[in-house]
Every structure is written in C-alpha cells, then in structure tokens.
Design a protein around this ligand. Structure first.
Ligand code: GDP
Ligand code: IMO
Ligand code: MG
Length: 425
C-alpha cells in the first residue's frame, strides 16, 4: 500500500478520472491539489457517466474520504452545484468531503476578467476555460485573494470583498470597457454559500497527518497536465497552477518524504484543447476523422480537442520532471484500425535536431516533428483484458514507447468504463 500521486503527462484530459477511479479501490483518501473547475474528469460506471470538476473522482466510491486542498481555487457556486448533482445521483458527501479553509475562492469578477483579457488578446488569446482560474491565482499570489476561511467572518469578508471589487471594477470599466459588478449581489450570494459550505471546511494538513499515523493510504489526483504547468509548460499557453507531481505537496501540506509512488496518465496519442504549440498535431480531414473516432471534445467546455501523434520529446520532459514510477496508457482502442502509426522521436529546427523540450516558444512553434512509423493493427482491442492477447502490433507500439521513455506502462485502458482495463504484469 502506498501514497500515490497521479498526474497528467501532457496537456490534460489524459483520462485521469478513469485511472483515479480504478486506483481509488486501493486507498482511503482521494485529494485534489491544484486547478479548479477548469478540470473535467470523466468516470463511467456501468451505464452512468459522471464528469467531476472540483470534487475528487474518488467520491464515487461511497466509503472513501475526499479532500480539496489549499492549492485548488474554488468557485463556491460550482462546488455546491456539484455536491447537489452527486447527491441527486445517490452519492452523499456529508462527513466524507473536507475542504481546505485556506483555499482561495473564485469570484464573478475573476470570470469577467478572464473573458475580457482573452477578448483583448485577440489572436494571442490562451484559449482558457473562462472559469476565472488565472485571475483567481493572480490575486492569491498578489496577496489580494479571499480564502474560504474568510467566509466565516462577515465583517472581514465584507472588507476584503469591498477592497477587491473596487479595484476590479476599475479595471473592468476603465481598462476593458466592461460593465461593473454589484457589491451587494456578490456579497449576498457568497454569504448564502457560506452557510452551506461551513460544515466542510477543515485544516487539511492535520487530517492528512492523522491519516499517515493511522496508516491510511492517500491518492493525490492531479488536474490538467505537465505541459500546462505554469512553470514547466508551454508558457504562456498554460494554466495558472502546478499540475506536476511536486504540486501535490504544495497544494495540500503533505510532505514529499511521505509520497511513495508517482503515476503518469498518458493517452496512446496526444491531445490539446485551447491555443499553444502542438508539434505533432494532425491536420486536414484526418484530424476531423480522428477527433470523432476518439470522441475528443472537452469535458468542461465541449470544445473540440486538437489531436496528434505520440510525442516522445514532450513525454521525456514530463518523465524527467515527475519521475514516474509507471504510466497508465489510455485510449489505445481509439487507434484500432489505423494502417500505420507514428511516434515523434525528436524535433528538427532549421536543420538542427533537438531531443529535448525547448523553452523558447518561438523555436518550439517552428519545430518539425521527426517520426518513426510503425504498422497499425486492424483488430479491435475494446474487449481485450489480457495484455498478451493484444494485437502483435499494439504490443510493439507500447514496447517502443516504453523503450523511448524508460518507464514501464503498467495499465492499458481500452475503453471508458472501469472494466475496460488491462493490468500489465
Ligand atoms: P481527464 O480530464 O484526464 O480525467 O480526462 P477527460 O475525462 O477530460 O477525458 C478523457 C475521455 O476519454 C473521457 O471521455 C473518458 O470517458 C474517455 N476515456 C478514458 N479512458 C478511455 C479509453 O481507454 N478508451 C476510450 N475510448 N475512452 C476513454
Ligand atoms: P483536466 O483536469 C485540458 C487548458 C485550457 C487552456 C489553458 C488555460 O480535465 O485535464 P485555464 O482555464 O486553466 O486558465 O486555461 O489550460 N486547460 C485544460 N485542458 N484539460 C484540463 O483539465 C484543462 N484545464 C485547463 O484549455 O488551454
Ligand atoms: Mg478533462
């Protein structure tokens, strides 16, 4: 048994929800440590589909404890809607959901600013989810943020909201030509949310410490992915938090010395939603055909996802940063029926070969992928549950990727449902 961190290897939507749901069986606690309701984690159980945005995917297991850590930015309305949604489907969260009292909140002005900034950037927009994530993290770092704990003291909350709104309305009106927001409306609605949220607030480091002493197992559920990390990703086309393994400690108050395993979730190919460089991206009619084949539409915004070949240059960087103990590869079934499959091994830039990720976006944008081509397989993998029964060419594809990355692939997923999983042993 172990304390496990699960992170996305590239640009998010790797299938973390499905893998977290699978591994939750082995743990007692599931903890979200960064991001907010920009995330959309899908879990399919039987004929039911759940898309979770803020609450850990482990909540679907009725006996597990779930935690939202300090590194998450919380939109209280979204949180309460999600609790209602779960309860309407028979998943009670009372007594097993704990929310960090020092997590920062998202306010309506964060969403408005997210939208207005994107508009103003025009062609240079990031393609955010417009959930107010970036502006909320910016306030946290600039020490203007309002934390969950502030909901407990009406006067302090009023003072902080008033100071914030004065500044934000100034920006909204005078810089972006937008419409200012009403103090009373925000204040009243957040005071209503406060009543409902209070019972969930807790000091998470103490809960996690007790879990350690009681020899409980903890799973840390990352959102987004390594190449969207605000430090290591394709800046500025990134999110505003640290979805990498280290983020699990910062975003919860859990010590690095107590993490036992780091697991990376990767698709059998690559996807990205939003703007930013994507070296192995498909184009033309093949891109559209593949998107349909993989049902690659955002779980949060419904936007079409960009799809491309597996990129070993990015993946090697992701392995280097996260030091994965093993990988879970999802959506292998989507590649069924392809005549041939490409793996990007290195990049070419003005005649030079790069085998490492380039931080200079001007270079990265103009890198060309160099591919190794492997034969595809025509058989369906959807109903296969035994690793050795996978088509010969699918095994060769997985083996080649393992050779490139030097990390074992221990889970292969061939469908969205829990049971469509192959444990490699
Ligand atoms: P997350 O954000 O990393 O949790 O991933 P998303 O839920 O945004 O996107 C992954 C999508 O792929 C969801 O619709 C899943 O139901 C689906 N999915 C996960 N694993 C598999 C798989 O092995 N095969 C197929 N066909 N779909 C999968
Ligand atoms: P999960 O957890 C995929 C992307 C957005 C945009 C960039 C910044 O489901 O994998 P933001 O709203 O965070 O400021 O947007 O990050 N993005 C995601 N892409 N999966 C996600 O989450 C994402 N969360 C944010 O599309 O490019
Ligand atoms: Mg997602």
């Amino acid at each position: 048994m172990a304390n496990i961190v699960i992170v996305g290897t590239l640009f998010g939507d790797e299938g973390k929800g499905k893998i977290v749901d699978l591994l939750t069986q082995q743990v007692d606690y599931v903890v979200r440590f960064q991001g907010g309701n920009n995330a959309g984690h899908t879990v399919e159980i039987g004929d039911e589909q759940y898309i979770l945005h803020l609450i850990p995917s482990g909540i679907l297991h009725k006996d597990k404890m779930c935690i939202i850590g300090n590194g998450v930015v919380i939109d209280p309305k979204c949180l309460l809607d999600e609790i209602k949604f779960l309860e309407s489907r028979g998943m009670s969260v009372g007594g097993r959901l704990f929310i960090s009292d020092i997590a920062h909140m998202i306010f309506p002005y964060h969403k408005v600013l997210d939208e207005l900034r994107e508009q103003k950037k025009g062609k240079k927009k990031i393609g955010t989810t417009k959930r107010g994530i970036g502006p909320a993290y910016a306030d946290k770092v600039s020490r203007m943020g309002i934390r969950m704990i502030d909901l407990l003291n009406e006067n302090i909350f009023k003072e902080k909201l008033s100071m914030n709104l004065e500044e934000k309305n100034d920006l909204i009106k005078n810089v972006y030509n937008g419409e200012s927001l009403s103090f009373n409306e925000i204040f009243d609605s957040y005071m209503r949310y406060a009543e409902q949220i209070k019972p969930y607030l807790a000091q998470i480091p103490h809960i996690l410490h007790k879990a350690l002493i009681d020899k409980k197992n903890i799973l840390f559920e990352g959102a987004q992915g390594t190449m969207l990390d605000v430090d290591f990703g394709t800046y500025p086309y990134v999110t505003s938090s640290n979805p990498t393994a280290g983020g699990a400690c910062i975003g919860t108050g859990f010590a690095p010395s107590k993490i036992d395993e780091v697991v990376g979730v990767t698709k059998a190919y690559s996807t990205r939603v939003g703007e930013g460089p994507f070296t192995t991206e498909f184009s033309g009619s093949f891109a559209d055909w593949f998107r349909k084949q993989g049902n690659e539409y955002g779980a949060t915004t419904g936007r079409p996802r960009r799809c491309g070949w597996f990129d070993c240059v990015l993946m090697k960087y992701s392995v280097l940063i996260n030091q994965f103990d093993y990988l879970a590869m999802t959506k292998l079934d989507v590649m069924d029926g392809l005549e041939s499959i490409k793996i990007c091994t290195v990049y070419k830039y003005k005649g030079e070969i790069f085998d490492v990720f380039q931080n200079d976006l001007e270079i990265l944008k103009n890198c060309e992928p160099v591919y190794e081509e492997l034969p595809g397989w025509q058989e369906s993998t959807k109903n296969i549950r035994d690793y050795n029964k996978l088509p010969k060419n699918a095994l060769a594809y997985i083996d080649r990727i393992t050779q490139f990355l030097g990390v074992p692939i221990k889970i292969v997923s061939v469908g969205a449902k829990r049971e469509a999983t192959i444990f490699v042993d």
